[in-house]
Design a protein around this ligand. Structure first.
Ligand SMILES: CC(C)(COP(=O)(O)OP(=O)(O)OC[C@H]1O[C@@H](n2cnc3c(N)ncnc32)[C@H](O)[C@@H]1OP(=O)(O)O)[C@@H](O)C(=O)NCCC(=O)NCCS
Length: 194
């Protein structure tokens, strides 16, 4: 399926003007988790823009952009879910499965999970995750993996509550190719003198 790769940035991101109590009641009575369709792509992208801001960057190889949403949708649309309440999209979860060469296990990778700021802490994320887990299990997944930055305490608490454990830290190093090698060596030498 071919999907659009750029979205209208004037699309509104849902629930801003509604009082908290009304929003909460609406979420409790009408929240539904369903598979994402092509019509949801723009809204999912815009919700992601509000939660995966410049500060949210677990790694450089994965950045929130239009391509990320469309490629995940093209890869495994059954593991692309949205949370909808009263006709409005309030969150999404995008996952995929991974099979490793020397392992009999199939892994589920929950790549992105986002809930509109105003709809957070109202069990939307948990409902999305539970449906993702059910679908992954049905596809033969034996272990689910997530990753997030070490300082995303909210997400770490969220996933711990859902049963995730053994957090492991990765180290990212950089090599700036824009700086000439000679200069780099000199810099290193000078740094060693201090
Ligand atoms: C992480 C996130 C998806 C959680 O979604 P949510 O709908 O707000 O979470 P829920 O209401 O389902 O919370 C379930 C449990 O997680 C924990 N939790 C959720 N948000 C939390 C927060 N901000 N701080 C601490 N714990 C939190 C709570 O224990 C909560 O259970 P409780 O309400 O019974 O105490 C949401 O905060 C979000 O979109 N964050 C920004 C994007 C992100 O970091 N995504 C995760 C990595 S891809």
């Amino acid at each position: 399926m071919t999907v659009p790769t750029s979205f209208d940035s004037n699309n509104p991101v849902t629930d801003h003007e509604m009082p908290d109590a009304v929003l909460r009641e609406q979420l409790q009575s009408s929240l539904c988790i369903r598979e994402m369709t092509i019509d949801d792509l723009a809204e999912v992208f815009h919700i992601g823009e509000t939660v995966f801001t410049a500060e949210y960057s677990p790694s450089l190889y994965r950045t929130w952009d239009e391509y990320e949403v469309t490629s995940m949708f093209n890869t495994d649309s059954q593991l692309c879910l949205v949370a909808e309440s009263a006709g409005r999209t309030v969150g999404f979860a995008l996952g995929t499965t991974v099979e490793k060469q020397h392992s009999a296990w199939k892994y589920g990778y929950l790549v992105w999970l986002g809930v509109c700021p105003r709809s957070q802490k109202l069990q939307v994320g948990e409902r999305l995750f539970r449906e993702m887990k059910r679908r992954m299990k049905a596809q033969g997944v034996r272990m689910i993996i997530i990753d997030t930055s070490a300082d995303n305490h909210a997400a770490i608490h969220f996933f711990s509550k859902l049963g995730f454990d053994h957090p492991q830290e990765h180290v990212y190093m950089t090599l700036n190719l824009a700086t000439p090698k000679k200069k780099r060596r000199k810099k290193k030498k000078n740094a060693g003198k201090k």
